[in-house]
Structures are given as structure tokens and as C-alpha cells.
Design a protein around this ligand. Structure first.
Ligand code: MN
Length: 320
């Protein structure tokens, strides 16, 4: 890893203009990663263009207030830094910018995907892209301001489920301690990310949970959200996505699956597992990807068809 960090430093020193890009459907880890790199490069007086083609979820907007996101898909820069994205397709419309750049740096922790960078800093064991960037910054003795620390801690907190998941290990806690020492606002993040839900979103999640269906002796739970449902409660999908965690935490449940209607006949499907089911493999089957315990894909069909495809696929699992 150290050699890769040094190559990163060399590329940064050599070039002047940078685009920072990440996956669609922004989350805490990719927002934190983009912001930390943006502030780092700005501090070096580089020309920096953070790109995001999707809307930033409301509960993360406090962290992106001073980030001048652009949706320009015709940028010409020296270097593109792509963070937290295993699969190039999930970056959005980036082909022009990719093909007009001199270097592409991929920084990621997903197990699936291809090495589309000219430099690939990938650690599929680490908790989050933000933990990986933190490690790199500390390793290279890069100045980590309180603002950068807060951005990096955001990604660690969200991708580890507040240190719940297995990947939150000794290194994660050590990095977290160092970030807090550097001024990361842990209490602010905890309140803004986990304790600022909209009341009607929590009420809507009760309904989502009430409509959950259980299969394979309660080892698999499926919940769903339609566009009509979100419109009725005046919510965005990001307001209710954490409903997937609710039944996952039941002792009987190994896999929690959430179906989110995108456009007609198209569902975004998220999987969470807890012990032994590799949901990355399930997502791979449907041309998606992710990690062993968290993955996603898009499946075509109406609600019933998509449910049936998923249930059918889980027939291959040896439930324990
Ligand atoms: Mn991540």
C-alpha cells in the first residue's frame, strides 16, 4: 500500500487540475471522501472540480455546503480521482472526462469491480474509502485540518454503521481516535447523521416495516418502497433507506433486502447480511456488486416479478 500512497503523492505534485468523482446515489462515505480530497487539493492551490450527478441527500447537505459541485460532464482535467466506486458504470456520465485526462486514480474498498484507474489504491478489507484516505493522509504526513477530519470521520461512521459492522477493527478505532484528535466533530456528525431524521420519515418506515415479507424460515426479509409511497409522504428514498437495517437486526434474519422503485419496471435493490451469506455474489448475479455484507443491484420488472427473481436466487443459499 505504501508504494501506492507514494505514487499518489507524485501524481498530485506533478499535475495542476483535478476532477473528483464518485458513485451515483451519494452516501456518507463518498461525500466524505470527495470533500477530504477537495479540501486537500485546494490547500495545495490546485484547480479542483468535484463532480456529482445525483442530488445530495438532505441529511448530508450540511457537510457539502461549501463544496462547489458541478454536473459538467465535459470537463478536461489532468487527473480524475474516482472514489468509493468499484464499478465504472456507477460513476455516471464520465467517459469524456476519463478519456481526456492523463491519469485516473481509483481509491476504493469494494470487493467487486475492475481496476479502471492508471493508479488503483484499493483495499477490499478496509471499512470505508474514508478510512483508506485517512490512512494514506496520515502515512504521507499530509496536514489534516479539523474540516478534513470531520469529512473523513463521516465516511467511517456511515460505512461501519457507527462501528457495528465486522470491518470496524482496531485500525478503524485508531484512525478514528487520530481524526478526533485532529478536530473531527464526532458529536455533530452523530446528531446530524443519525439523530436528525424527519418525523414523517420515521412514521413511513413503520409502514414499510409493517409491509415486510419473510421467507426461508425468516432468514430472508424483503421490504419495498414505491414511487407513489414516497410521493404520498413527501419523502425521498434517502429518507427511508435505513429501514433495511430494522429486521436485519432480528436474530432470525440473515439477509435483509430492500426494493426501491426507480422508474417504471426498474427497482434498485439493496442487500444486507449479517453472518454467512455473501450478498456480493447475489448482487453480482444481477450485474451489481458491493461487499460480502452489503451490496446492491438494479432489477427490471414489476414489484412481484422482482421479488420472485430475488426469492428464486436465494434458493441457492444453504441457510444455517
Ligand atoms: Mn464506501
Amino acid at each position: 500500500m505504501n508504494d501506492l500512497f507514494i505514487k499518489f503523492k507524485e501524481i498530485i505534485a506533478k499535475y495542476n487540475s483535478f476532477a473528483i468523482i464518485s458513485h451515483l446515489s451519494p452516501d456518507g462515505d463518498n461525500i466524505g471522501a470527495i470533500k477530504s480530497l477537495y479540501l486537500f487539493l485546494k490547500d495545495l492551490n490546485k484547480e479542483v472540480y468535484p463532480l456529482q450527478f445525483d442530488k445530495i441527500p438532505d441529511n448530508l447537505s450540511f457537510i457539502t455546503e461549501n463544496i462547489p459541485f458541478t454536473t459538467n460532464d465535459k470537463l478536461t482535467v489532468d487527473v480524475v480521482i474516482a472514489v468509493d466506486c468499484g464499478d465504472k458504470k456507477r460513476l455516471g456520465n464520465i467517459d469524456y472526462t476519463f478519456s481526456n485526462s492523463k491519469e485516473i486514480i481509483k481509491i476504493d474498498h469494494h470487493i467487486s469491480g475492475e481496476n479502471y484507474g492508471t493508479l488503483n489504491i484499493v483495499d477490499s478489507e478496509i471499512s470505508s474509502t474514508c478510512e483508506l484516505i485517512s490512512e494514506m493522509f496520515f502515512n504521507l504526513n499530509i496536514k489534516i485540518t479539523p474540516e478534513i477530519s470531520t469529512a473523513l470521520l463521516l465516511g467511517i461512521l456511515t460505512d461501519t454503521g457507527r462501528f457495528l459492522y465486522e470491518r470496524a477493527n482496531e485500525n478503524t478505532f485508531q484512525i478514528t481516535a487520530k481524526l478526533i484528535k485532529n478536530g473531527a466533530e464526532k458529536n455533530l456528525l452523530m446528531k446530524k447523521i443519525f439523530q436528525s431524521n424527519k418525523l414523517n420519515a420515521l412514521n413511513a418506515m413503520n409502514i414499510i416495516n409493517n409491509n415486510a415479507k419473510f421467507y426461508y424460515d425468516n432468514h430472508l426479509v424483503i421490504t419495498f418502497v414505491t414511487k407513489d409511497f414516497l410521493a404520498k409522504y413527501n419523502l425521498e428514498i434517502s429518507d427511508v433507506e435505513t429501514a433495511i437495517n430494522y429486521f436485519r437486526d432480528a436474530d432470525e434474519v440473515e439477509v435483509s433486502c430492500m426494493l426501491k422503485e426507480k422508474e417504471n419496471n426498474n427497482f434498485k435493490v439493496s442487500f444486507r447480511s449479517k453472518n454467512y451469506v455473501d450478498v456480493n455474489l447475489i448482487a453480482n448475479y444481477f450485474n451489481g456488486g458491493g461487499h460480502k455484507f452489503a451490496s446492491g443491484c438494479v432489477i427490471k420488472g414489476n414489484l412481484k416479478q422482482v421479488e420472485d427473481k430475488i426469492i428464486e436466487r436465494f434458493k441457492t443459499i444453504n441457510w444455517q
